[in-house]
Design a protein around this ligand. Structure first.
Ligand code: MLT
Ligand code: MN
Ligand code: ZN
Length: 307
């Protein structure tokens, strides 16, 4: 199985267009220790031939251009991309679907809830239904990902609800503390080729015991690396929301990811969906060192992992 990190940053990317925080200033200045990163997406393949996107970011056009294995290979119209699997309906994870127009066969997998959000937004009708099949992904059931010709891709996914939050633009302020969030709003994915097992959780607000047990023993976990501290957007002066308010757990502290993962046996652990305010983005920061010493890799655009 091969994984490609197409985009390792959270929504907004790094640097974010309107952000003037210290991190974004360094990235914009071309500081080699503050490498730019595009928005949250991976690609996965069992055979190196056909690929599935795991989320489709607004930067998808450039991400495809930057990764040769995703380029057309034969005929006048072709793509190795057979489809996309979505973990939520956030803009950073569905915006790229609009790039996949042009009457190209594709299979789009997402929970019924997320499929409903796409269906209710007529902009996504640009994905020609004659070519694009929208497949409801049940939770806690294993589904074989199909190539567009219907044949098996060699990949199987299992979606499962994780603690999280409904997409920002769907928040219902009258619905109480969780803004109307339902279980199918945010899922994690277990991905296997029948031999190796990987997990992809770009949005996850907590790591309860059940989730720790689920991911224990995996060969690889890509995990929500949005913030280092919960109040980082406030302390850097760029916003008023905490990580928890956005549906993300932080890396540091007693309730943080480093601590929560410390006893779980996992082959490789990689942070993705990293917010531009997070100090681990800087190669020379003490927080980067601390995360690496805790056994984490900090995802970057173009990172490839073969299992
Ligand atoms: C998130 O991951 O919290 C969202 O992508 C934020 C957003 O929609 O901007
Ligand atoms: Mn996001
Ligand atoms: Zn910034």
């Amino acid at each position: 199985m091969r994984f490609l990190v197409l985009g390792s940053a959270a929504g907004g990317g790094f640097p974010q267009w309107n952000c003037n925080c210290g991190n974004c200033q360094r990235a914009r200045a071309g500081d080699p220790a503050a490498r730019p990163r595009s928005q949250s997406s991976l690609a996965v393949s069992a055979d190196g031939d056909c690929w599935f996107l795991l989320n489709a970011s607004p930067d998808l056009r450039d991400q495809i251009a930057a990764n040769r294995v995703l380029h057309p290979r034969h005929g006048k119209r072709h793509s190795p991309i057979q489809g996309a699997v979505l973990t939520n309906a956030d803009v950073d994870h569905v915006g790229g679907l609009l790039t996949l127009r042009e009457s190209q066969p594709l299979n789009v997998y997402a929970t019924r809830r997320v499929q409903g959000v796409l269906r209710d937004n007529s902009l996504f009708n640009i994905l020609n239904p004659e070519f694009v099949e929208r497949i409801a992904l049940p939770t806690d059931e294993t589904v074989a990902l199909r190539r567009v010709d219907g044949s098996p891709s060699g990949l199987q996914v299992t979606a499962f609800p994780v603690p999280g939050k409904v997409a920002l633009y769907l928040e219902d302020a009258t619905a109480g503390e969780n803004f109307g969030t339902v279980a199918e709003d945010t899922v994690g994915l277990r991905i296997t080729d029948g031999s190796k097992v990987a997990y992809y959780l770009p949005g996850c607000a907590a790591l309860p015991e059940s989730l720790q047990q689920r991911i224990g023993g995996a060969d690889l976990v890509f995990f929500d690396g949005t913030t280092w501290t919960d109040d980082e957007m406030l302390t850097t002066g760029v916003g008023h929301k905490t990580g928890q308010r956005m549906g993300h757990m932080s890396m540091s502290g007693p309730d943080g990811t480093l601590q929560a993962f410390s006893g779980i046996p996992i082959g490789r652990r990689v942070f993705i969906h990293i917010n531009n305010t997070n100090p681990v983005l800087l190669d020379d920061s003490p927080q980067r060192l601390e995360a690496e010493q805790a056994g984490w890799e900090i995802g970057y655009d173009g990172m490839e992992i073969r299992l």
